[in-house]
Design a protein around this ligand. Structure first.
Ligand code: KG4
Ligand code: ZN
Length: 339
């Protein structure tokens, strides 16, 4: 039986829809929201309004680009959480309405789990190797930083996480201190390529074995820059590339040290990245380097699947459909949602 799933993602500031057919991605559309740029971060109220405007056109486009008829959709999967509540409400309400109107099942998806499921998205004409179970995944995004043992498509065990800021927040907040536009991560990545990673040394936190902390680094970065600006007003302008390279070097070192420890302690040598920060070129290179040294098999998602997207929601919906894991219409979104 051909199984066609519509996926809806609206957890933060991207409104996205995708169609997956028997596990193969047919289309993936996204409307991002420029409205937040001038505020230097996502404004929740504006995000919900933009989702309301975008959701129907984005779904319409996903159906058109997939080359299917609306009648062909057999289930709708949506992000239940974690995320911004007002944003999640838009996707959840749309999915419920769609499921009721079309008389198809509803499937709730955990956004974080879905970031990891990108490793199992299949595309026609693209050969990709999928990680074997169990594998270790470093999930790094704007809101989360977690070390996860992935036992199956749907069974995942968090063994460590950040106790304060996420890795993406560390990139974005430090970028903001340097006056870079939101979200700063991609630009730090770009400028870091032109700088010296050993130019400045920043704080590395002490935390429990598998947990992370990034708030100390952010404070250290801020105070360091404030001190330097007292002596040289143009310090940021003059040393921006070196600041980005040194900051990125520190964040990657914090992430990699924990990942190496987790692999040693669990004995798992299949290692994957997921989440927006896994687009970072330095992190991708660092993982490759460690793999060479340690004999790891590594799995790095295509950049288009690192950021928030609905392909990952539809793909997770597909595995839940196979498992018969459906959701009632009394479901409500959850800003916090454990695996
Ligand atoms: O997964 P994602 O799209 O949204 C969340 O679920 O949070 O991740 C967004 C985060 C932002 O913090 C952004 O700055 C970061 O991913 N990011 C990067 C890069 N591309 C995106 N951080 C560092 N280097 C990049 N190339
Ligand atoms: Zn995300």
């Amino acid at each position: 039986m051909v199984m066609t799933i519509l996926g809806i993602e609206s957890s933060c500031d991207d409104t996205a829809a995708a169609i997956v057919d028997d596990g193969f991605l047919l289309s993936s559309t996204v409307a991002d929201q420029d409205v937040h740029k001038k505020y230097g971060g996502v404004v929740p109220e504006l995000a919900s309004r933009a989702h309301q405007q975008n959701i129907i056109p984005v779904v319409d486009l996903a159906i058109q680009q997939a080359g299917i008829e609306i009648d062909g959709i057999q289930a709708v999967a949506f992000t239940r959480g974690p995320g911004l509540l007002g944003s999640l409400l838009v996707g959840t309400s749309f999915a419920k309405g769609f499921a009721l109107a079309r008389n198809v099942p509803l499937i709730e998806v955990n956004h974080l789990q879905a970031h990891i499921v990108v490793h199992f998205i299949k595309e026609h004409g693209v050969s990709a190797s999928h990680p074997p179970f169990p594998f270790l995944c470093l999930l790094v995004s704007g809101g989360h930083t977690q070390l996860v043992i992935v036992h199956s498509h749907l069974e995942m065990e968090v063994i460590g996480q950040t106790i304060d800021d996420a890795a993406g927040e560390a990139f974005d907040k430090c970028a903001k201190i340097m006056g870079l536009p939101y979200p700063g991560g991609p630009m730090v990545d770009e400028l870091a390529r032109l700088g010296d990673p050993s130019a400045f040394g920043f704080t590395k936190p002490k935390t429990d074995p598998f947990n992370f902390s990034f708030s100390g680094l952010k404070t250290n970065f801020l105070y360091f820059i404030q001190d330097q600006l007292k002596q040289d007003e143009a310090f940021i302008e003059n040393r921006k590339n070196d600041l980005c390279a040194s900051l990125q070097f520190t964040i990657i070192r914090i992430l990699m040290e924990k990942l190496i420890l987790a692999s040693e302690k669990t004995g798992i040598r299949s290692v994957a990245l997921a989440g927006g920060v896994s687009a970072n070129s330095g992190l991708r290179t660092a993982l490759g380097r460690e793999a060479g040294k340690r004999g790891w098999d590594i799995y790095i998602p295509e950049v288009k699947f690192t950021m928030d997207n609905a392909a990952m929601i539809a793909a997770t919906g597909y595995f839940k459909y196979l498992a018969g894991d459906f959701t009632g219409h009394d479901i409500s979104p959850a800003a916090r949602l454990p695996f």
